[in-house]
Design a protein around this ligand. Structure first.
Ligand SMILES: [Fe+2]
Ligand SMILES: [Fe+2]
Length: 378
């Protein structure tokens, strides 16, 4: 069979697998339209813009009573810790092909495994591949930040807490600054921008179009922000490139507040839900966690570099077994699982499912509201 036909079939099979993973019919109903738009129709790659219809209600508070001291404290801290992207050391030269300053380090990939998967590159080509990986990761950060900007705006309108609305406005500003900063880095230092990855598009679409503010929160503040904190943390720890380190240090501080806010808002809200409503959210979170687990496969790089040379399956083996990918999964779930526990969405009812997925080892970790800056940046 020609390689391209094989690749097309493989992509369809993978899309179908996503649907088969979702067992709960209510979750399937709420995620399917987004999965079709993201994974099948590939809306994120169909042009320079994409529109996602919103269905939530803007909730007005006429009493203006301070109702959540922990959110009020986060609001105070957010106002005091604003920073300006223009103050970053933009004058520094950046060379992402140099292994000593690449944003994705050379040991992120396993080069023996690469050879056994049919990838044969000399040293210069490896440098270029690592540069492209860096550009790909930073592009996904940027697209995720754009999603965070609009989701934060929606949640600011919809959230039921007055202090949450004030705090939410600071998050909108933070996310705008993150979009500004990552796009400036990509434009002026990297010169390359990859399109949004299909899974990321799907999750963003699902939370932007769901009318329930707590699902938006769960999707953005807990799942995507938790994922982002893991990814930013790895890059910050592993790269020696001084400009991106300075940017990430500032972004991580902001994101830590965002996840903290998500934990506080959802913890209070979920206490008031019926058992049925809580079970639905618990299942939704589990399914989205499963969708995120093995799906950061950088096919956009495969398509650019290796299509027609090696199969998608070989590429998948190469990426899934890369040392950096294992590190990323572990850090992502070490952030996510304790937060789900803290908000009340990891009850004994769902724990066997997480156990089966090998994720209960993260259960006892500290949730975002107890994580200090030192832990996040070490
Ligand atoms: Fe952000
Ligand atoms: Fe954020």
């Amino acid at each position: 069979m020609p390689k391209r036909v094989q690749d097309a079939l493989d992509a369809w099979g993978e899309g179908a697998k996503v649907f088969s993973l979702i067992r709960d019919p209510k979750v399937l109903r709420s995620l399917s339209p987004s999965a079709i738009r993201g994974l099948v129709l590939k809306r994120g790659k169909q042009g320079p813009t994409a529109s996602m219809p919103a269905q939530h209600a803007a909730l007005f508070q006429w009493g203006y009573h301070r109702d959540q001291p922990e959110m009020a404290e986060l609001y105070r801290r957010a106002k005091a810790n604003q920073w300006d992207s223009d103050d970053m050391p933009w004058q520094l030269d950046v060379d992402l092909e140099d292994p000593t300053t690449a944003v994705v380090p050379v040991d992120f990939l396993d080069w023996d495994l690469a050879r056994s998967c049919g990838i044969h590159l000399d040293e210069r080509e490896r440098g270029r591949l690592l540069r492209d990986f860096g550009a790909w990761a930073l592009s996904q950060f940027l697209h995720g930040e754009q999603g965070a900007l609009y989701a934060a705006a929606q949640v600011t309108e919809a959230v039921e807490f007055y202090d949450g609305k004030l705090y939410g406005a600071t998050q909108v500003m933070d996310e705008a600054r993150h979009v500004e900063t990552f796009s400036r880095y990509l434009q002026t230092k990297v010169g390359k921008l990859y399109p949004v990855q299909d899974n990321l598009y799907t999750i963003i679409d699902a939370l932007m179009t769901d009318g329930r503010w707590d699902i938006k929160f769960l999707g953005m503040q807990i799942m995507i922000e938790g994922l982002a904190l893991g990814a930013f943390g790895i890059m910050y720890r592993r790269t020696n490139e001084p400009l991106i380190r300075e940017i990430l240090k500032n972004v991580i501080r902001d994101e830590a507040r965002h996840v903290h806010y998500g934990v506080v808002a959802l913890r209070e809200h979920i206490k008031g839900l019926t058992e049925r409503e809580r079970n639905e959210r618990e299942d939704w979170a589990f399914q989205v966690a499963m969708l995120m687990r093995n799906r950061w496969l950088a096919y956009e790089i495969y398509e650019e570099w290796f299509v027609g040379t090696i199969s998608r399956d070989k590429w998948r083996q190469f990426i899934l077994n890369a040392p950096g990918a294992a590190e990323f999964r572990a850090l992502m779930f070490s952030r996510l699982i304790p937060n789900l526990r803290e908000i009340g969405l990891l009850t004994p009812r769902i724990q066997p499912a997480y156990e089966k997925a090998g994720l209960m080892r993260f259960f006892e970790g500290p949730a975002a509201n107890r994580l200090g800056e030192r832990e996040l940046l070490s």
